[in-house]
Write a protein that binds this ligand. Sequence first.
Ligand SMILES: NC(=O)c1ccc[n+]([C@@H]2O[C@H](COP(=O)([O-])OP(=O)(O)OC[C@H]3O[C@@H](n4cnc5c(N)ncnc54)[C@H](OP(=O)(O)O)[C@@H]3O)[C@@H](O)[C@H]2O)c1
Length: 327
Amino acid sequence: MSTCSDLCAATASLQLSDAGIPPLSPEIGRTSWTSNVGNLGEPAQVPATPLLRLRDGNLIPQIGLGVLRVENGQTADVVEGALRAGYRHIDAAAGYGNEREVGEGLKRLGFDKGELRKSLWITTKVKDTNQGYDSTLRAFDEQISDLGLEYVDMYMIHWPTPFDWRSADTWKAFRKLRSEGRIRTLGVCNFLPEHLERLADEVGELPAVDQIELHPTFQQRDVVEYCESKGIVVEAYEPLARTADLHAGDGLIDRLAQAHQVSNAQIILRWHLQKGYVLIPKSVHLNRQVENASILDFSLSDEEMAEIDSLNTATRVGHDPLTFSYA
Ligand SMILES: NC(=O)c1ccc[n+]([C@@H]2O[C@H](COP(=O)([O-])OP(=O)(O)OC[C@H]3O[C@@H](n4cnc5c(N)ncnc54)[C@H](OP(=O)(O)O)[C@@H]3O)[C@@H](O)[C@H]2O)c1
């Protein structure tokens, strides 16, 4: 039986050799994680996860688990449960204060090394207070040690902090870490087009991923259009608007859920999937984690997608990157 990493590598090399260079718009490939989950001695509860190819050629599992607001004392169990269920993508951050426990969850099942490590995508982010060249290098050392890993798949600038801009220096530290094989993909969060342009002007490179607040009632179309035009994959955080969108549209989401015989969360997450976004819903409950990743066996029609599109407003549930910093 082929291993996941064999399949990932085969898919990547096939797509790369076909195209010659990574395409500017992401393509969706599919692979199966089942053989690795089988190594854990139990069947996967979630289906095979689609992969998106990034501009740097790496393949990211399109559905991951977010761990913001997962408490210490609970995080290792939540991560272990999600991995057992078949998740192969965890979205972490220094700012979430639980990287050590994320690492413990990975280690319990052997995802910190070897073939299982290769089957996993782990993202983490540098805190605003640690932006800058030397401070980012020091922060990364601490984070990777807390996670108990030799490398992370994606390291991200958490906020652009335009009023205290240090992203170019931070990026130079990211590049050094990439050249040492300690980061595979470089990303940013909460960057608006003006921040992406400023970064590109100063460092001559665009990130592979921009992780932004995105859900049916806050679609950030200007940011999405800019990213898509530059081949930057959009990653949707707060994809359920922290539950605020579950009954959006005066009964629209409820009606679609009823029509497809799925949950309201699954309708919203399927919309994200069909849009081509990476999505990282958070749940501490195994049944919801399984529900959130089980969105591959139905599809929304063009009309249904357009109905959800029409829910767009200018209202965030999170912070505004023009004014916010954790620093
Ligand atoms: N880069 C950034 O600045 C940034 C900012 C915010 C978030 N993020 C990332 O994005 C991830 C997701 O965002 P988020 O956690 O704020 O919001 P979210 O995923 O939109 O919503 C999480 C909430 O939805 C509930 N939930 C999850 N699945 C559900 C389901 N199937 N049915 C009903 N309720 C469900 C969860 O409750 P239970 O846990 O009780 O199940 C939790 O209260 C974070 O964990 C983090 O990794 C990044």
